[in-house]
Write a new protein. Structure first.
Length: 410
C-alpha cells in the first residue's frame, strides 16, 4: 500500500512537471503584434481620392490585415501584396464609373489614354496600345460553347456570354486597364461587367481608348516569361478555354483526376490563379512531386489563400531560374516545399513571421533548411528557427526580382 502511494505521488509529480514544461514552452511563443499602417506599408499613401487605410494593422496568420474604407464601403484586405492590387483596382473602378455612354467614353478616353493610372507615388506606367476586336469565326464560337459546357470551374462564363461580345469585351477592358478580368474585388467586377455589356451592344465605345494604364501591375503577375504569356491568355480566352488547356497540361504532367477535379472545383481559386499555377508547374518540367503543390492549392480555404498560392508559384519559378534548380516538391509539416541543391527550401509570400506554434509545424526540427519570405521576421522567430536548423531569408521577392512586378510598387 505504501509503495502504491509513492508510485501515485511520483506519477503526480511527473504529470505536474510535464504540465509545467508544456506551459513554459507555450509561454515562449510571441503574440501576434499590431503595427501602424505607416510601419506596415512604406511608400504607399494611406489616403487617396477614393480610399483610406485604417491606422491599426494587426497580424493574422503571418499576414498584415488592413481595414480599407472606400466609396463603395469598407473592405478587410489580408496581405500587403493583395492590398497593392486592391488600391489599383479602386482607382480603376473609379475610372470605369465615369464611362456612362458613347460620348462620355470618348471624352474619358481622350483625357486619360496618354496619362498613367497612379495609385501610389512611385507607380508610373506607360500607356497601353488599344486592343482591337478579336476576330471570331463560327468554328471558334462552337469550340468555345463546347468548352463552356464541359467546364467545371465555378467562375466560368455562361454559354451565352462566352460566345457573344459581353465576356470578350470585359476581358479586353480589363487588359487595357491592367487589371484582372477575374478580379475578386466586387466593385471592379460590377463596373467591368456594366461597361463591357454596354460596349457589346454598342451603347459605348469604351474599347476604343480605355487604355488608362499599361502593364501587369493590377494582375499581380509579371510582364515577361511564362506568366507574361498568361496575361494575353486572360484577354483572349474564356475561363472554360483556360480550364481545358490547364487540364490538358496537368494530364501531361501525370496529375491524378481527383486532384485535378478538386483544383478546378475550388471557388476560392480564380481562373487567373489556376492558369498561373498550372503554367508555372509546366515550366518546372521534369521535377518530382508537382501534384503536391497542386493538391495544396486545391484546398485553399479562402480567396486570400488562392492569391497566396498564385504568388507562391511565381516565386518558386523565379527561385528555380535565379537561385538554384528545383529537383522536386516535398511535404514538410503538411506544406509543399522545394528540394534543391541548397537543401529544403520553403518560399512563403507572407508579411511578418512571429514565433508561434504554427511555425514549428511549417519548419519542424526534423528537417531544417531555408525559409524565403517576402516580408520580415521577428528577432525571436529568427533565433528560434535557427535553433531548429532553419535560416530565414527576408524580402525574398526583391531578391528574386518579382516583388515590384507582383503588385506594381517598388
Amino acid at each position: 500500500m505504501h509503495g502504491y502511494r509513492v508510485s501515485s505521488a511520483l506519477a503526480a509529480v511527473v504529470a505536474f512537471g510535464t504540465f509545467l514544461v508544456a506551459a513554459s514552452e507555450a509561454g515562449q511563443y510571441e503574440g501576434a503584434p499590431t503595427f501602424s499602417a505607416a510601419q506596415a506599408i512604406q511608400g504607399i499613401p494611406l489616403h487617396g481620392a477614393d480610399y483610406s487605410i485604417g491606422d491599426r494593422v494587426p497580424v493574422e496568420n503571418f499576414q498584415y490585415v488592413f481595414n480599407v474604407n472606400t466609396k463603395w464601403g469598407p473592405f478587410r484586405v489580408k496581405g500587403s501584396d493583395l492590398l497593392r492590387v486592391r488600391l489599383r483596382e479602386v482607382t480603376a473602378t473609379e475610372k470605369l464609373e465615369g464611362v456612362n455612354g458613347a460620348e462620355t467614353a470618348v471624352k474619358s478616353a481622350g483625357r486619360t489614354a496618354l496619362a498613367p493610372l497612379n495609385t501610389a507615388k512611385d507607380l508610373v506606367t506607360q500607356p497601353a496600345q488599344t486592343i482591337g476586336d478579336t476576330v471570331r469565326g463560327v468554328g471558334h464560337i462552337f469550340g468555345t460553347a463546347k468548352a463552356t459546357m464541359n467546364a467545371t470551374d465555378p467562375h466560368g462564363d455562361r454559354i451565352i456570354a462566352s460566345v457573344t461580345g459581353g465576356a470578350s469585351a470585359r476581358r479586353k477592358q480589363a487588359f487595357n486597364l491592367g487589371v484582372d478580368p477575374n478580379t475578386s474585388f466586387p466593385p471592379l467586377a460590377d463596373q467591368l461587367k456594366r461597361v463591357a455589356t454596354a460596349d457589346a451592344v454598342g451603347a459605348t465605345s469604351a474599347n476604343v481608348g480605355m487604355s488608362f494604364v499599361a502593364g501587369p501591375a493590377g494582375y499581380a503577375i509579371g510582364a515577361t516569361g511564362t506568366v507574361g504569356q498568361v496575361r494575353d491568355m486572360l484577354r483572349d480566352k474564356t475561363p472554360a478555354d483556360l480550364e481545358k488547356e490547364g487540364r490538358d497540361l496537368l494530364l501531361a504532367m501525370g496529375v491524378s483526376p481527383g486532384t485535378m477535379n478538386a483544383f478546378y472545383a475550388n471557388p476560392n481559386l480564380s481562373p487567373t490563379d489556376k492558369i498561373i499555377i498550372v503554367k508555372v508547374l509546366e515550366s518546372l518540367s521534369g521535377i518530382q512531386g508537382r501534384e503536391l503543390f497542386l493538391a495544396g492549392a486545391a484546398k485553399a480555404p479562402s480567396v486570400e489563400m488562392g492569391f497566396f498560392y498564385r504568388h507562391q508559384a511565381m516565386l518558386i519559378q523565379q527561385y528555380a531560374k535565379r537561385i538554384s534548380p528545383v529537383r522536386g516538391f516535398v511535404s514538410v509539416g503538411g506544406a509543399p516545399m522545394l528540394m534543391t541543391a541548397n537543401g529544403t527550401v520553403g518560399i512563403l509570400p507572407v508579411d511578418y513571421l512571429n514565433w508561434s506554434a504554427p511555425l514549428t509545424q511549417i519548419a519542424p526540427a526534423s528537417h531544417g533548411g531555408e525559409l524565403w519570405i517576402t516580408g520580415k521576421a521577428s528577432p525571436m522567430a529568427i533565433s528560434q528557427l535557427s535553433a531548429l536548423g532553419w535560416k530565414v531569408v527576408p524580402k525574398a521577392g526583391a531578391r528574386l526580382g518579382t516583388y515590384p512586378q507582383l503588385a506594381g510598387w517598388n
